[in-house]
Design a protein around this ligand. Structure first.
Ligand code: SF4
Length: 334
């Protein structure tokens, strides 16, 4: 996807026309971005660095990314990279996951303010307290954490899950009682798919939580063949309207492989932008909200990160090793 030195401001401008955001992608702004892209590509070579970008990033970040994907794909890709330095264009917990799986590499996050409301909704002390209370009632209790959690939380749970493998991992656990943290909506989706008892945490992603059934129905009206693709972090009354409930990368695959031509993408807006650019022959409608944390990662911050080698993700080795165990257990079960 990276285009490096060849891209010009005019080419960028032409490419971003499809996004219909003239105020953001004006010719002058595209010229400025093209200059930064050239410098970023040169610094990547100089420092032996690679850029990993999440599916929710800005379109101009895709231009400098060596790989674009969901959080787990990125962490796995980071582990297998030949480069010594990973600039992680995503949010903090994702950069931590990359560091957990590739401790020998330098992992940089361009802006340390790029957090996550969902990851912030659970901390290790409250989780251990709740787990210990519940174990008195359910001695077989297992704690499963969505990958959208801090390394410190991953370090105190039994297993991690992603939005695409959560049901399979839960089914594979040797327990009938699962404390599932932190996303209440993903927990409720998993509960519908399993006979096990899912005990949910009181957390959610503020982005997906804002999307309502009305947002979907108002677009769907009048487009009979529209396929509605919904992320399982959405509320259950929104999930109920889906033709398919998918992770971000699952949505990309589905849209490319499906015979349908028109889709409503119900997740963070960056994914619809990605699909508009990547699959121009199909039509994508949006019922989406912006994640302020994802959008904190800009070309300027990425360039500065490569110039100054900031901000490095550092983890205590005990925490890292314990968190890695929970991720590896997930790989075994999925
Ligand atoms: S979209 Fe939601 S889960 Fe993803 S980083 Fe933003 S707040 Fe966190």
């Amino acid at each position: 996807m990276a285009v490096g030195q060849e891209i010009t401001g005019a080419e960028l401008n032409e490419k971003f026309q499809a996004l219909d955001m003239p105020a953001v992608y004006s010719p002058a702004e595209c010229d400025r971005m093209a200059e930064m892209i050239v410098e970023i590509e040169a610094l990547k070579k100089e420092h032996n660095a690679a850029i990993l970008a999440h599916n929710y990033q800005r379109p101009e970040i895709y231009q400098v990314a060596d790989f674009i994907g969901d959080s787990l794909e990125l962490a796995k890709r980071g582990r297998d990279l030949e480069e010594d330095i990973i600039v992680f264009c995503g949010v903090h917990f994702m950069a931590e996951s990359a560091k957990i799986l590739a401790p020998e590499k330098t992992v940089l996050l361009p802006d340390m303010r790029a957090g996550c409301s969902l990851a912030d909704s659970v901390d290790p002390d409250s989780l251990v307290e709740r787990r210990d209370e519940l174990k008195k009632v359910y001695p077989d209790l297992v704690v499963a954490a969505y990958v959208n959690t801090t390394a410190a939380v991953k370090a105190v749970v039994d297993v991690c899950v992603t939005s695409s493998n959560a049901v399979k991992v839960v089914e594979g656990l040797d327990s009938d009682h699962i404390l599932f943290v932190p996303d209440e909506h993903l927990a409720s989706y998993v509960q519908k798919e399993t006979s096990k008892t899912i005990i949910s945490w009181d957390g959610n992603c503020y982005v997906h939580h804002q999307i309502t059934p009305e947002n979907i129905l108002s677009v769907k009206e009048g487009i009979p063949n529209l396929k509605v693709l919904v992320h399982p972090e959405c509320r259950s009354d929104v999930v109920d309207l889906a033709d398919a409930v998918l992770s971000t990368s699952g949505m990309v695959r589905y849209a490319k492989e499906s015979e349908a031509d028109e889709f409503l993408i119900v997740t963070e807006c960056g994914l619809s932008d990605k699909l508009i650019l990547e699959v121009p022959e199909k039509k994508f409608y949006k019922a989406c909200k912006l994640c302020q944390y994802m959008k904190m990662i800009t070309l300027e911050a990425t360039l500065e990160s490569l110039r100054t080698m900031r901000h490095e993700i550092e983890l205590d080795e005990d925490v890292r090793a314990a968190a890695e165990k929970s991720l590896l257990r997930m790989f075994e079960l999925s």
